[in-house]
Design a protein around this ligand. Structure first.
Ligand SMILES: *[C@@H]1O[C@H](CO)[C@@H](O)[C@H](O)[C@H]1NC(C)=O
Ligand SMILES: *[C@@H]1O[C@H](CO)[C@@H](O)[C@H](O)[C@H]1NC(C)=O
Ligand SMILES: *[C@@H]1O[C@H](CO)[C@@H](O)[C@H](O)[C@H]1NC(C)=O
Ligand SMILES: *[C@@H]1O[C@H](CO)[C@@H](O)[C@H](O)[C@H]1NC(C)=O
Length: 649
């Protein structure tokens, strides 16, 4: 039986044309295909279709001979199997003056060119968002509390939330409202317990209602590097045993919901609670014992004590009175607000110190093609200087409670701050860089106010930026697609993303820094080279700001007027990329096509940062009704860099 051929489901009859036409037909198709795929033949060394598809499918496969510009992936292959665009994920777009920022979260993100997955020129493929495990704290303000005290407490809660957020958690502040929803709330309520014991049981009830997870005191903050084993364990969201941490009293607990609720049941059934009046004394004592009231109503087998965990600093009343006397003195009831603010400054300084100790090699501002890109580094250097500055604190020599042997920041031995022409993948080094749009970069690098097709073809080298950026890390030999994948790994891979910050040159302000770092960058600096106080009455001590980093050896420092020109060009490039003018858009488009790898890096970095921002803002919106939100802490949402209140004293 003859084979029935179909086209779009309809049967067709093939009539074989004469032989000479067949040959001509094949030739024409081949010609069109070549044109479509490679554009007009300009260069002899373009990759073959197979080479590129192979490289795109399999980014781990190293193709040293893959020459520049795999222009192919974005061109749909008219003869291959047709593909649907993947559905647009909800909330995967963010508006921007420089066209919309769009992304797709997908496991295939390690592909060098996003458009081969999204079939969309503008949409970048990002790694799937890591699920953040919840961490809870319980906050129960005193009944008749002054508004200023509440606000100060809310700011501490905000510090707590920010620090845990930066470490990859979803910190939520619980209150009596959650405890009241627990089925055993009424029972506990009727017992007329001692206030401290009651509070501790309420904490557990709220935690039990949320079905377990991690419960921390709001003065227990993470102070360790991102890959600390304890934090890694908590992030894995599997807590085989209900546990607490040795020496942290009731600062932190973790366990599954079942175990938590079982523990609550047992604690409430304890004999002591059968007759509260008779056992008043004994019950009150429970609260002071190690682990807190609930733990001591249970048998010792019920709650495991973790002896190795060291990532959490707990500022318990006890710790504050013994270790941080300056703060403790102010925390009496007359100067409570001031005391709370000092405590917030102290905690912030310890978080910052932890960062500085984690990155013992200091901070690097990466400045590829350094000859004409000074104007691109202003933001990065501003951030880097503040990161290496000694944090403002009431107690400069103090250490976080979990690391009594820290090296306090010493303004006479400043942390290292350097400019590097190429990215170094070095543990202990924190890197900040600015990812420019290729139009911006070409305009600056070739010192041209405008770019055009002629110039690009004749003089511009392709993908300069990614080549220079990854030179140290990858050497000279690798293809652009390889470099892009390595770059994406540094920006977004879960194990390296915390070591660097990538800004985009076109965005003028950087927001969210304090949520990325988990602390406020110092906003005040001593006016001279000595530490000083912002005012006569303030207990806070601020330090001088580190100077500008030294220029890169072997690279001439441009004169002031040339730098002024760079600033002008940067402004013009921003205008060009934003431009609605058809002709301008065509040029920008051409520059992008000419620099596929640099464009991909730019799209990726800005989509990554837009998504991070989106995730954060959405969550702040969800939490704004609760204690510890920016709103409750008296901070205008979206204020540049978040709340800069710690330096107010
Ligand atoms: C998308 O954003 C809207 C408004 O911000 C929100 O209501 C909705 O839940 C979000 N959808 C997803 C899937 O995140
Ligand atoms: C509790 O103890 C007190 C004194 O020991 C006793 O008078 C009272 O009857 C007890 N109450 C109950 C309900 O057992
Ligand atoms: C301040 O503390 C003292 C004792 O420490 C106490 O008697 C007094 O009531 C407190 N005042 C306020 C306003 O809380
Ligand atoms: C860095 O500190 C200076 C004051 O010393 C401040 O003006 C600037 O805004 C700070 N930058 C950032 C990014 O925090």
């Amino acid at each position: 039986m003859p084979v029935q051929r179909t086209l779009f489901g309809r049967p067709i009859r093939l009539q074989t044309p004469p032989r000479r036409f067949q040959l001509l037909f094949v030739f024409i198709i081949l010609f069109i295909l070549t044109l479509l795929v490679f554009g007009p033949p300009t260069s002899a060394d373009l990759p073959t279709y197979e080479q590129v598809t192979e490289a795109v499918k399999n980014p781990q496969l190293h193709l040293p001979d893959l020459p520049e510009l795999p222009e192919l992936p974005s061109v749909p292959n008219p003869f291959g199997p047709s593909a649907h665009k993947p559905p647009v994920q909800p909330n995967s777009t963010s508006s921007s003056a420089y066209r919309a920022i769009e992304w797709l979260s997908d496991f295939k993100w390690r592909n060098p060119f996003s458009s081969s997955i999204t079939l969309d020129e503008n949409r970048a493929v990002l790694p799937p968002l890591k699920e953040r495990p919840s961490i809870y704290t319980f906050y129960d303000p005193k009944r008749k509390q002054d508004k200023t005290v509440s606000e100060a407490e809310n700011r501490l809660l905000l510090t707590w939330r920010r620090a845990w957020w930066a470490q990859g958690f979803r910190p939520q502040v619980l209150s009596r409202a959650e405890a009241m929803k627990h089925p055993r709330y009424d029972l506990v309520q009727r017992m007329k317990l001692d206030a401290k014991v009651e509070l501790e049981i309420m904490r557990w009830l709220a935690w039990g209602f949320m079905d377990g997870g991690v419960l921390a005191n709001w003065l227990a903050l993470p102070m360790a590097e991102y890959d600390n084993p304890m934090l890694g364990f908590l992030r894995r969201k599997e807590y085989p045993k209900l546990s607490r941490v040795e020496s942290l009293h009731n600062g932190i607990f973790f366990g599954e919901g079942m175990a938590v609720n079982e523990a609550i049941r047992k604690a409430i059934d304890n004999e002591l609670l059968k007759n509260v009046t008779a056992n008043k004394q004994k019950i009150a004592e429970l609260a002071t014992k190690d682990g807190g009231a609930v733990v001591n109503l249970l048998s010792s087998a019920d709650v495991t004590v973790d002896t190795k965990a060291n990532a959490v600093a707990y500022y318990s009343t006890n710790t504050i009175t013994t270790k941080y006397k300056t703060v403790a003195e102010k925390l009496t009831n007359m100067t409570q607000v001031e005391g709370l603010e000092l405590l917030a400054s102290l905690i912030n300084s310890h978080l910052h110190l932890t960062f500085q100790e984690t990155y013992s090699e200091g901070v690097a501002v990466v400045k590829p093609l350094p000859e004409h890109t000074t104007a691109l580094t202003y933001e990065a250097i501003d951030i880097a200087r503040n990161l290496t500055q000694c944090p403002g604190t009431p107690m400069p020599k103090s250490c976080p409670p979990n690391r009594p042997k820290c090296t306090p920041c010493n303004p006479n031995k400043p942390r290292k701050l350097q400019l590097l022409p190429s990215y170094k993948d070095l543990s202990g080094l924190y890197s900040i860089s600015t990812v420019p749009h290729p139009y911006t970069l070409n305009s600056l690098h070739y010192t041209r106010d405008t770019l055009d097709a002629n110039f690009l073809r004749k003089s511009a080298q392709r993908d300069l930026w990614i080549g220079a950026l990854t030179k140290d890390m990858l050497g000279e030999q690798h293809s652009e697609s390889w470099r892009v994948v390595a770059f994406k790994d540094e920006v977004a891979a879960p194990d390296s993303a915390s070591h660097s910050l990538w800004l985009t040159a076109e965005r003028v302000t950087q927001a969210d820094l304090d949520w990325i770092f988990g602390f406020n960058l110092p906003q005040l600096a001593s006016p001279n080279s000595e530490p000083s106080s912002p005012s006569d009455t303030s207990e806070l001590i601020v330090f001088p700001r580190p100077g500008m980093p030294e220029s890169i050896p072997g690279v001439d420092v441009p004169e002031e007027r040339w730098i002024k020109n760079e600033e002008e060009r940067l402004k013009k490039a921003r205008e060009a990329i934003k431009s609605k003018d058809r002709r301008m858009q065509e040029i920008v488009d051409m520059v992008e096509k000419w620099n596929l790898a640099d464009t991909e890096a730019w799209k990726f970095a800005r989509a990554f940062s837009a998504r991070r921002r989106r995730e954060r803002k959405k969550w702040e919106e969800e939490e704004q009704k609760f204690a510890g939100s920016e709103r409750k802490a008296g901070i205008r949402p979206g204020a540049g860099g978040g709340g800069r209140w710690t330096d107010r004293l």
